[in-house]
Design a protein around this ligand. Structure first.
Ligand code: FPP
Length: 240
């Protein structure tokens, strides 16, 4: 199997905001604010490069361990991003989804999420998914809980459960699996991001810190993606 010229679904772990800010003697929250600028550039670039699905990791279920001030700043950035950018995103044909647990979110955040999703639901040029209060293990556990509830209610027989069926219970049930997962800042880990979905994704690790990411970085990652041979557990195309 050969690669399509451009990955259809690109997922990004936006890492390095804190180090970027530290290098400039500024607070970590300054790095996160600059991270939003990088996100804006990346959404624009993804559309220009023909990406259909872009999924970004905005706040993990583990990020609650950070100081309260930083957690508040990250929530405020989500509020500001939607308030400032939703009109433009909708006008440009972007469909916005937010995946992750709604448990423990302030009511206004839940409303912002519902509003962004419903206002953009007829769009399909680019599907932007923000993982917020998201953890792959948490997502899988929530899906398992719902399947168990359906089994107890007699809606599904345990023998019917297979990977395709299970995937329909995940937050990402409307999205294809990512073709490419990019992580910035030189760290080479998935950190609980899209654990189920990334089973056959190509992983690209870039040393650039997230606030410096942009179209050139995305193109570099795509060039690396094109050199990879995806086998999905089978043989390479030359042996097929
Ligand atoms: C990791 O950098 C980044 C995050 C924990 C948050 C990512 C968030 C943004 C890019 C902005 C938020 C945007 C929206 C719309 C939600 P880090 O703080 O772990 O950096 P470090 O590893 O250098 O300390």
């Amino acid at each position: 199997m050969t690669n399509a010229p451009t990955p259809q679904h690109v997922a990004i772990i936006m890492d390095g905001n804190g180090r970027w800010a530290k290098q400039r003697g500024r607070p970590r929250t300054f790095g996160h604010a600059e991270g939003v600028e990088a996100l804006r550039r990346t959404v624009e670039a993804a559309g220009e490069l023909g990406v259909c699905y872009l999924t970004v990791f905005g706040f993990s279920t583990e990020n609650w361990r950070r100081p309260a001030e930083e957690v508040t700043a990250l929530f405020d950035l989500l509020r500001l991003y939607v308030a400032h950018d939703l009109d433009k995103l909708v006008a440009e044909g972007v469909r916005v989804r937010i995946i992750g647990s709604r448990a423990g979110l302030q009511p206004d955040i839940a409303e912002i999420i519902d509003h962004a999703e419903s206002r953009s639901k007829h769009n399909d040029k680019l599907n932007l998914t923000i993982a917020f209060n998201y953890g792959g293990q948490d997502e899988i556990a929530r899906a398992a809980r719902r399947i168990a509830e359906d089994a107890v209610a007699g809606k599904i027989a345990p023998s019917e459960i297979n990977p395709a069926h299970f995937a329909a219970y995940l937050d990402t049930c409307e999205l294809p699996a990512p073709d490419l997962v990019i992580r910035t800042s030189g760290e080479a880990r998935l950190s609980n991001f899209l654990l189920w979905q990334a089973a056959y994704a190509e992983l690209v690790f870039d040393d650039v810190l997230w606030p410096d990411f942009g179209k050139a970085s995305l193109e570099r990652a795509f060039a690396e993606f094109r050199h990879r041979e995806r086998r999905y557990g089978g043989h390479g195309s030359e042996q097929a």
